[in-house]
Write a protein that binds this ligand. Structure first.
Ligand SMILES: [Cu+2]
Length: 167
C-alpha cells in the first residue's frame, strides 16, 4: 500500500464514520452488506436517532445502485424460520429516541443490484422521512462486519449464541 492509498483509505474511513444530521435526525454506524461478488441483492443497517420531541418515520429509501430499494423486516414463521417481508409503512423513529436497523431485524433492502459491490465501496442512498424529508447518506460496503453482540439472531445463526462474551 502506498502512502497515497493509505491516506485515501484513512480519508474513506473517516468519511464512513461521519454521522449525518438533518432536522434533528442522525444516522450512525451505517453499513451495507451483500452475500458476495455475485450477489444481486444487499441490505443496509444503521442506527437512526431522533433528537426532536416528535416521532418521525422512515417511509422509503432509494439508490441508483439497485432496481428497487425497500424497507424490510424479518419475521419468524410458524416453523421458526426467519422470513423477510416488506414494510410499506416504514419504521417509526421515536421522539428523543432511536431505531436500529440491524441484522435479523429491520433493514433497507436493495433488490436487483446493477453492478457487483465490493468491500469498501461507498453507496449513495436517499432516505425519506415523513417529517424530516429526504436525506442523502453515504453508506460503506462492509463485508467483514460481524453481527453485534446481542443482535437478534434466527435459527440460521445459532452458533456461539450466548456462549461467550466477546469483550
Ligand atoms: Cu430484506
Amino acid at each position: 500500500m502506498t502512502i497515497r492509498s493509505f491516506a485515501l483509505a484513512l480519508a474513506l474511513t473517516s468519511l464512513a464514520s461521519v454521522a449525518y444530521a438533518q432536522d434533528g435526525l442522525h444516522i450512525d454506524d451505517a453499513y451495507m452488506r451483500t452475500s458476495g461478488n455475485m450477489a444481486t441483492s444487499g441490505a443496509a443497517f444503521m442506527v437512526i436517532e431522533n433528537n426532536t420531541s416528535a416521532d418521525d418515520r422512515i417511509v422509503s429509501a432509494s439508490s441508483d445502485v439497485a432496481e428497487r430499494v425497500e424497507l424490510h423486516t424479518h419475521k419468524q414463521d410458524a416453523n421458526g424460520v426467519m422470513q423477510m417481508l416488506e414494510v410499506p409503512e416504514g419504521f417509526v423513529i421515536p421522539a428523543n429516541g432511536a431505531h436500529a436497523l440491524e441484522r435479523g431485524g429491520d433493514h433497507v433492502m436493495f433488490l436487483g443490484l446493477k453492478s457487483p459491490l465490493a468491500h469498501g465501496d461507498v453507496v449513495t442512498v436517499t432516505l425519506t422521512f415523513e417529517k424530516a424529508g429526504a436525506m442523502e447518506v453515504q453508506i460503506p460496503v462492509d463485508l467483514e462486519r460481524k453481527p453485534m453482540h446481542g443482535a437478534k439472531s434466527g435459527p440460521m445463526n445459532h452458533s456461539g449464541h450466548g456462549m461467550k462474551k466477546t469483550n
